[in-house]
Design a protein around this ligand. Structure first.
Ligand code: LLP
Length: 426
């Protein structure tokens, strides 16, 4: 554990969190380099019997500092926009191990990614295959594609982050795969090199993964028998993490996940198929906390509120998915401090601005620091500037040192791209 109390002060690797709060202010995301590396190496070790290409899902946390840690470990990237490709390249990543996912790619994005030389487009519809083929023809080149198949399995996760069911917008239905193959042959300029799926996020059971991988493995064998030279099996991301919610199911370890995937993949390993993973959350969620400060307390008739300087604009998951994030006082309170049930809320003017509801915490004092845990994934990357709030600063701790990998935005930067109307008017 890289976030531990040392002398009653919550410390990331070798750096006490109050040191970061004093130097950088709050709210600030703090990430542990060691925990990111541990998660990456955990996948490498778990899949040692069938070494995968690990394409980190940039959407989980696209900070250049975070990406640079993964680049140095040898990771590839799963991107969903040209913006994410540019981030990856800016962090020192190479295009040749990038897969481009997403249900709605634009022609200009496809052209830029093709010119950059990405590994493959994970295509999700017949019309997308036609567009990729047309863009590649115009460029005088050929695009590698993987067919994202919707395996129609229930990921048993939050409906907003469940993607592998027939009623979801994602992927090509299994019955439509033959038509997709025919389309690729007809339009030309595309090579089908792989089969791909992603069934959802925050999965706490291996069964849906086994089911999906089993279905895809059958498809790979069938396509190869028809002469389609499938080289890659991309099984997406989705492995869940523990958010320390009371009563939360204990999710699978990386080893259990790997064992389930390998067991379900049939003969693919012997056939020399290259496995591709797209983990996002499990690589970075446990590696980050959102550091915040208590502004005010308010005891209403019905409820007690703790108003902090972080808001749902900084960490949207509780408001959007009713997600639970653990909250810990940064300085461990004395054991005789009273406990209190409180809503931890931000300064934004709407009631969806909460970070925790009815949470039992040691009664917090004004000015006290708190750490909102397991916040390294889909925290900073989903932050907004609503209410003209600068997004949090971001820091990576590396042993005894810390690096500011995103300074706090200046207020003027928030409206720098905007303009007032010229004076003459109508
Ligand atoms: N690959 C594809 C094609 C994806 O759509 C996703 C996530 C991943 C990989 C990575 O999945 P992960 O390993 O992180 O589960 N904002 C939501 C999560 C949305 C996930 C979207 N797709 C949240 O905060 O829970």
């Amino acid at each position: 554990m890289s976030f531990t109390y040392k002398n009653d002060v919550l410390t990331c690797e070798g750096v006490p969190l109050p040191t970061i709060a004093s130097a950088v202010g709050t709210p600030t995301y703090v990430y542990s380099r060691a925990l990111i590396e541990q998660a990456y190496r955990g996948y490498v070790d778990a899949f040692a019997a069938w070494p995968p290409l690990i394409c980190y899902s940039v959407k989980a946390n696209g900070n250049l500092g975070v990406l640079s840690v993964l680049v140095r470990l040898g990771a590839g990237a799963d991107i969903v926009s040209i913006g994410e490709l540019r981030r990856w390249l800016a962090a020192g990543g190479v295009a040749s191990n990038v897969v481009f996912s997403g249900v709605g790619k634009r022609g200009d994005e496809i052209a830029e990614a093709l010119a950059a030389g990405i590994m493959a487009f994970n295509v999700e519809s017949i019309e997308e295959i036609e567009l990729v083929g047309a863009v590649a023809a115009t460029a005088g080149s050929t695009a590698n594609i993987m067919l994202r198949v919707n395996p129609d399995v229930d990921a048993q996760t939050h409906p907003y982050i469940s993607t592998g069911l027939r009623q979801n917008k994602f992927g090509i239905a299994r019955e439509a795969v033959a038509a997709a193959v025919a389309t690729a042959a007809r339009v030309g300029h595309v090579n089908i090199i792989g089969i791909d799926c992603h069934i959802g996020s925050q999965l706490l059971d291996t069964a849906p993964f086994s089911e999906a991988v089993g279905r895809l493995a059958e498809l790979v064998v069938a396509l190869r028998a028809q002469g389609v030279p499938i080289k890659y099996l991309d099984i997406g991301g989705g492995l869940g993490v523990q958010y320390r919610k009371p009563g939360e199911a204990v999710g699978p370890t990386q080893q259990a996940y790997a064992a389930a995937v390998m067991a379900a993949s049939g003969s693919l390993r012997e056939l020399g198929v290259q496995l591709v993973l797209e983990p996002g959350r499990s690589m970075v969620a446990p590696a980050g906390v959102l550091l915040s400060k208590v502004l005010f307390r308010k005891a209403g008739e019905e409820k007690h509120f703790t108003i902090v300087d972080a808001a749902f604009t900084d960490l949207m998951r509780p408001a959007l998915y009713s997600a639970y994030h653990p909250i810990d006082p940064v300085v461990r309170p004395p054991v005789d401090r009273a406990m209190r049930v409180t809503d931890v809320v931000g300064p934004v003017c709407e009631s969806s601005d909460f970070l925790a509801k009815d949470r039992e915490l040691p009664a917090l004092a004004q000015g006290e620091l708190i750490a909102i845990g397991v916040a390294g994934a889909y925290g900073a990357s989903m932050a907004s500037n609503y209410n003209a709030r600068p997004r949090p600063a971001e820091v990576i701790v590396d042993g005894e040192q810390f690096h500011i990998v995103r300074r706090r935005e200046a207020i003027e930067e928030l409206y720098q791209a905007e303009a007032v109307l010229p004076a003459q008017g109508r």
